[in-house]
Design a protein around this ligand. Structure first.
Ligand code: AVJ
Length: 377
């Protein structure tokens, strides 16, 4: 499949967002393998996968098509833009450009999360493989399954792993990752599922001892009620004996949290404002990016980083696909994401209440990030 390789120079970032000198400091090696996803009209055909020699080991279930994706965006945008305070769900950040911007974030000096999680996985993957003995590895929000290779390696070496089930809303990423994994692991079957968290979790296939991984502290995007609901669904899906591995960023010094979401190069601000471009393109809206300011601050009460866009001026934005005019007061804030920060005991209580028993808790040396393993009791 002809993968489009996105380098930071290709990113249509305006001069107001990021200075050229700053951009060149970002490690661009990870910026590959992106195709259109959530926020884009383009979907790629599955022909390259169907024509792949190892196709017998590759299955792709498409549970959400482009028309469904657009219907979902319309519904969620209408709901978010007409409620008070306004908000937009974070999943709409991740079109091709947004995914590339997030990848750039993971290389920023201020953004420690990805490096810490990878460091933990490097040290602990073999232990996780030994405890779980998993035959099926499911990955929620798999994307290109970059860090997951450490887990696959360990489970493959242990000789238990038969099937990898990456679940994501981004079909091209799953196709590309699937093809690469078939080459790298000749014994592995890949059963990829294109779907949405809110709609299709129940349709994730899993056979035998299953390990479900939810990495990157993506669980921090869920408000507490939705998170508890999700945990219950995952427990039901896994059934007794199933394992859940989750990456969680930990509560820490406020200055470091604020810095991680307000990087000096403005990449996070560009990532945040990218949701406006997605609405412009997919819903025929006329947001002007620089009329919105990026805000991110740790809220110590709720223990989350609250990420918003603040209207710099009074303005009315037209969203033609919704036949909607959206008025913003000067200074009005619209939430675009929460990034919850966790502590061990409350997290243990929450998972126990959802039917999970602790089976492992690992942090990096600095205690910044935790990877924890849970068994359905
Ligand atoms: C991908 C949801 C884990 O919350 O840290 C990074 C997204 N937003 N910078 C996070 C994000 C702003 C990220 N997650």
């Amino acid at each position: 499949m002809a993968l489009k390789v996105v380098t930071i120079d290709d990113l249509p970032i305006g001069p107001g967002d990021v200075s050229g000198a700053a951009v060149s400091l970002v490690d661009t090696r990870g910026l590959g393998d992106y195709e259109a996803c959530m926020g884009s009209l383009r979907t790629e055909s599955s022909a390259p996968v169907l024509g792949y020699p190892s196709r017998r080991r590759f299955t792709l279930d498409v549970l959400i098509e482009e028309a469904d994706r657009l219907a979902l965006l319309r519904a969620e945008a209408r709901r978010g833009l007409t409620r008070r305070p306004k908000e937009l769900p974070p999943k709409w950040f991740y079109d091709e450009r947004g995914s590339a911007l997030f990848d750039a974030i993971t290389s920023l000096p201020e953004y420690y999360l990805t490096r810490r999680e990878r460091a933990i996985l490097r040290v602990r993957a073999a232990e996780i493989a030994a405890i779980t003995g998993a035959r099926t590895l499911v990955e929620l929000g798999a994307g290109t399954s970059d860090k997951t290779r450490l887990l696959i390696d360990a489970l493959d070496a242990a000789g238990t792993l038969e099937t990898f089930v990456p679940f994501d809303v981004c079909r091209p990423a799953l196709e590309a990752a699937g093809a690469a994994l078939l080459d790298e692991y000749p014994r592995l079957a890949v059963h990829a599922v294109v779907g949405d968290f809110d709609l299709h979790l129940g349709e994730i296939p899993h056979e035998g001892r299953t390990l479900m991984a939810f990495l990157g502290s993506t669980i921090g995007n869920f408000p507490v009620e939705a998170r508890v609901r999700l945990l219950g669904e995952l427990r039901d899906l896994l059934g007794a004996g199933g394992f859940f591995l989750v990456g969680t960023d930990l509560v820490k010094d406020r200055a470091r949290l604020d810095a991680a979401y307000n990087d000096s190069r403005g990449i996070t601000a560009a990532f945040n404002r990218n949701v406006l471009r997605v609405l412009n393109r997919d819903l025929d809206a006329d947001f002007v990016e620089h009329r919105f300011e990026h805000l991110a601050a740790f809220d110590p009460e709720q223990e989350l980083v609250d990420i918003r866009l603040r209207s710099r001026v009074e303005q009315t934005v037209r969203v033609a696909a919704l036949d909607l005019d959206v008025r913003f007061a000067a200074g009005e804030e619209m939430r675009t994401e929460i990034s919850t920060k966790f502590q061990r005991e409350p997290l243990e209580r929450e998972l126990s209440a959802s039917g999970f028993a602790p089976a492992g808790w690992w942090t990096d040396r600095a205690g910044d990030f935790a990877l924890s393993l849970w068994r359905v009791g």
